[in-house]
Write a protein that binds this ligand. Structure first.
Ligand code: FE2
Ligand code: FE2
Length: 414
């Protein structure tokens, strides 16, 4: 609302509109200079109120900021300010410098220095709180959805009438002198050469070398670069049978210290499912669907009851899995348990690193390598679990009508 005294002022504004050049601040000073009334700030407030109540009252002028380009391919920012001053001399070079700076902070102006890339000003854009909230909310929604979905996968096995074997191996610790490399290769080739058998790896491929671990872990005989090379060779021994990998803490030290994840790269180059921490796989076999949940490590471990961590994962986790697999502690276990009236399986692959100087120092017993395996039926929900690959493969062959006795040359490592 405009008051009586302001009506007079309004008439003054009308009378001097020819002095308005698009800038309320300078028009306020002009009004003060020609009338001697109010003060520049008072005129400015009045003009803003008039503009708010009647947006068409003040003549439209081009916004000088429209002259600022979106990308500046020249040199220094001052050169841009000088160029703009030549285009519109009534704004000083200093005035243009201020406007250029504001545009950069808003993200409306970026500087291009090379053909190959654009340097973007990464300061927070001066968005309204509502716009900023919407922007952040959208970005977080996308991030959460991506994170969640990357842990899930559907795998459809094409042989609809065959029993499917899935083996689990973890804690290879390749490169460590106490790793049973002979057994490692043998198991990989057994799976690769078997029909209808596949394998999932649950982490700690390599031993790595880290400076913040106790001294025994620092005495790596083979440097990390050679360990990764051996790891790549080991992965390739499996051929197409290796279809999913969850990383272990030893594998993640490199990506934790740098921005480079060598295992993730190896997996993506080969089209293998990969996640740093957890995979949930819905295996579709014939008419059946089995849910496998695999992690390298998880809170809730008990060294006296190694299967407990998987039961805890079922109870307080998010997934209603049929088979839970957790590596890391190097103690092999196969144990069934019941949840919601259905038999589930807790599987902990052992370690191919059979001796551990650090574990020995703490009084842990020697481990044995194991590569447990499950056989999943295509006909009804039926899971058979085996503590070792060899017994599992023999049964798988029998179920699929391939096994006719050792004498007929089945290569099962006997
Ligand atoms: Fe390990
Ligand atoms: Fe581990």
């Amino acid at each position: 609302m405009i008051h009586m005294e302001e009506i007079t002022d309004l008439e003054i504004v009308k009378k001097h509109l020819h002095l308005f050049t698009g800038n309320i601040l300078s028009f306020s000073r002009e009004l003060f200079n020609v009338t001697g009334r109010r003060n520049p700030k008072g005129w400015e407030m009045l003009l803003h109120r008039i503009k708010r109540d009647d947006p068409d009252f003040l003549p439209a002028f081009e916004d000088p900021n429209d002259l600022i380009p979106q990308i500046w391919e020249g040199g220094h920012w001052i050169d841009l300010a000088k160029r703009l001053h030549r285009q519109k001399p009534d704004i000083t070079v200093g005035g243009w410098e201020g406007r250029v700076k504001a545009a950069r902070l808003n993200g409306a102006l970026v500087r291009k220095t090379k053909d190959e890339y654009v340097i973007e000003h990464m300061q927070t854009p001066s968005l309204s709180p509502e716009d900023l909230w919407a922007f952040v909310s959208q970005a977080s929604e996308k991030a959460i959805a991506g994170k969640e979905s990357s842990r899930w996968a559907d795998v459809h096995f094409n042989e609809g009438d065959k029993y499917i074997g899935i083996a689990f191996a973890s804690d290879q610790h390749i490169g460590n002198k106490f790793c049973d490399h002979k057994r490692l290769k043998e198991d990989a080739l057994l799976v690769a050469e078997a029909n209808n058998c596949f394998i999932i790896h649950a982490g700690d491929y390599i031993d790595n070398f880290v400076v913040d671990k106790p001294r025994p872990a620092m005495k790596a005989d083979i440097p990390p670069s050679a360990q990764w090379k051996l790891c790549e060779h080991y992965i390739d021994l499996h051929g197409e049978s290796l279809f999913a990998i969850v990383a272990g803490n030893h594998d993640l030290w490199t990506s934790g210290l740098t921005d480079y994840d060598p295992l993730g790269k190896l997996a993506s180059e080969r089209g293998i499912l990969y996640h740093k921490h957890e995979l949930n796989i819905r295996a579709h076999i014939g008419g059946q669907k089995y849910h496998l949940s695999i992690r390298h490590k998880r809170r809730g471990n008990s060294s006296l009851h190694p299967a407990r961590v998987i039961k805890a994962m079922w109870s307080d986790g998010e997934q209603d899995f049929d088979i839970g697999v957790v590596g890391h502690h190097h103690t092999p276990v196969i144990e069934n348990f019941t949840r919601h009236g259905i038999e589930r399986w807790a599987i902990r692959p052992g370690a191919y690193k059979v001796l551990d100087a650090y574990a020995e120092m703490l009084g842990f017993a020697q481990e044995r390598p194991s590569c447990p395996m499950v056989i999943l039926s295509p006909y009804d929900r039926q899971i058979q679990a085996f503590s070792d690959l060899r017994t599992g493969l023999r049964t798988l062959k029998m179920l699929n009508g391939e096994y006719h006795g050792i004498a007929e040359g089945n290569n099962l490592g006997e």
